[in-house]
Design a protein around this ligand. Structure first.
Ligand SMILES: [Ca+2]
Ligand SMILES: [Ca+2]
Ligand SMILES: [Ca+2]
Ligand SMILES: [Ca+2]
Length: 250
């Protein structure tokens, strides 16, 4: 039983280490982006609470924010907002917020025309000011107006896609700085590799459990890790018991 105890202790220690690596911020200064399902409290250059789900009714028109956090010298960006076209459609967008906030800005909106109801809405903007007017800090890249068409839960996801199906990503969130360098691209494919907060909209139905509460997802991770630790400990105990029962081969 002493070995079983050791195995269980080792498993739990490993689980705690995994948990710590999961929950600790990956470089607190790194740029992150995402979708805030409820823009309340956000300003062009300031973010309130980031909400991962919003509840609306069929026929409602509502807004969500595509945000950036802790960026330096942003000049241009693009992203595809993926939704369920059976449940929502994009009816408008405003990209003249974070990038337009500083003096001398001249923001060009390269987003697709609206309304857009095919489930993938391409947004992009570049501050074309001369002299350059790059933007640093946190704020709203785009405020997107969405219409709820039918009941259900639609994702609000900044998607990566492999359009030609050759195993290489062709489209995804992309940010470029004033020196024309990609921001947050760790693997050299130009696409953003930092943290991305996706969201959901629930039409005529409650938000899925955990969908509107970020703290809850941490507890799901805790539960999964503790479950794994218990399973590992059980396997360890079973192995020891079986070994004890097995008759000696010699
Ligand atoms: Ca919010
Ligand atoms: Ca600007
Ligand atoms: Ca491809
Ligand atoms: Ca990348």
């Amino acid at each position: 039983m002493r070995l079983a105890l050791l195995a269980a202790t080792a498993a739990i220690s490993t689980a705690v280490l995994i948990l710590l690596s999961v929950s600790s911020p990956v470089g607190a200064d790194d740029t992150s982006i995402g979708v805030d399902a409820d823009p309340t409290g956000n300003t062009a250059t300031g973010l309130g609470t980031i909400d991962s789900c919003v509840e609306v009714a069929t026929g409602d028109t509502f807004q969500v924010d595509i945000f950036v956090r802790d960026v330096t010298d942003l000049l241009a960006w693009s992203a595809d907002l993926q939704t369920d076209p059976e449940i929502v459609q994009i009816v408008d967008r405003d990209v003249e917020l974070f990038q337009a906030a500083n003096e001398g800005s001249n923001v060009f909106d390269g987003s697709q025309p609206t309304p857009d109801g095919d489930g993938s809405y391409s947004l992009s903007a570049v501050d074309t000011a001369d002299p350059e007017s790059p933007d640093s800090g946190s704020g709203i890249l785009a405020r997107v107006t969405i219409e709820a068409l039918a009941a259900g839960v639609s994702p609000l996801v900044l998607a990566f896609s492999d359009v030609d199906d050759d195993g290489t990503i062709d489209r995804g969130p992309f940010l470029r700085d004033v020196n024309a360098e990609p921001i947050g691209d760790d693997n050299g494919d130009t696409f953003f590799d930092g943290d991305i907060d996706d969201a959901q909209v629930a039409v005529d139905t409650p938000c899925p459990v955990g969908g509107d509460d970020d703290d809850l997802s941490v507890w799901v991770i805790v539960a999964v890790v503790l479950g794994a630790a218990a399973a590992l400990a059980a396997i360890g105990i079973a192995a020891i018991v079986l070994r004890g029962r097995r008759p000696s081969a010699a």
